[in-house]
Write a protein that binds this ligand. Sequence first.
Ligand SMILES: Cc1ncc(COP(=O)(O)O)c(C=O)c1O
Length: 385
Amino acid sequence: MKPLSERIKRISPSRTVQLTGVIENLRRQGRHIINLGIGEPDESPPQAVVSRTVHALKGGQTRYGPVSGARALREAIAHKFNGYTAQNILVTNGSKQALYTALQVVCNPGDQVIIPRPCWVSFCEQIKLAGAVPVLVDTKAHQLNFEAIESAVNTRTKMIIINSPNNPTGAVYPGDVLGKIADLAIKNDLYLISDEAYEAFVYDGWTYNSLFDFPHVRDRLVVAGSFSKIHRMTGFRIGYAAAPEEIITAMARLQSHLTGNVCTFVQQGALAAAGIDPSEFDRWRNELQKKRDMTLEILGDLPCHIPRGAFYVFPDVTGFLKDGESAEALATDILQRAGVAVAPGEAFGGEGHIRICYALAENELVRGLEKVVHVIKQRTGEKAT
Ligand SMILES: Cc1ncc(COP(=O)(O)O)c(C=O)c1O
């Protein structure tokens, strides 16, 4: 038989999605697994979202809808973006699809796309699927290294992807650095993607800055937004792109052949979510900040930059690895010995680190973290003997 396409051969599976499969298998075998490896809040979606979704489903909103999304939802999302209307919004199957589609419409084969590293698992593979080339630029203490990004720009560079608050590091980028990135994009005629999946999760009184705050860059900027994390709607699969009309129209053209509209009744749930007053998130944000602090305290000796956003910590575990061992091997060991899943840093281009999600019920989180620390101490003892 003729082989599958060269395109798919170049793509690795998502390692965080793979981890979910491993955990499900272990659970099927009867093992209790505490999952600190998944990027998902463990609370249910807001009641208003569930009610509106069910109401729409029961009311028969089950047919095809407009490819770009229900007008009311596009208008509600556009309200967040000064000067934008429904024409600037595309409703997508998660922000994952918004990112994929944006890359498909902007990039030509051979174009280069700069991503600060460590980075979310799908960026590189989505860039490759567009025929383009990912160019990974290391961050400095998890913050953007502007000089390194500037030096990576050349005539083949087409785009820079910025993700703040960041997955996996939890880093939040200050406005002045984002301003420099905006100017760099203009100077070199580059497109920008701002992945804002975690925009509501910023702690310690830090403010959230978006590339959208810089009006001069908006004609080359795609914002990818998500209902998954902020509204706890991961399984609903709904997100959006906000961009200049020309880009949104091109993205909608692709989406019309790919998936068509996002599930009609889910869009009604998202409309309810869009109507929730942002102050409603204060309680949850405060709880998450407390859990972050608790996590850092329990992890104690593991070196870790304080994450100011998202719901991850990304400690450096190199000092706890055996000779030649990877963080992935450590993560597997923790899973096998203690029944706790953590994501290996390699999945994010962050060798020697593990990613821990703390958006879990407090007792489960504390138990999981204590087990992680216990295994690491046990291993240190084994190393010494
Ligand atoms: C940085 C980042 N971007 C995008 C996504 C995709 O989210 P969704 O497709 O659920 O909106 C994720 C999910 O983990 C993420 O962490």
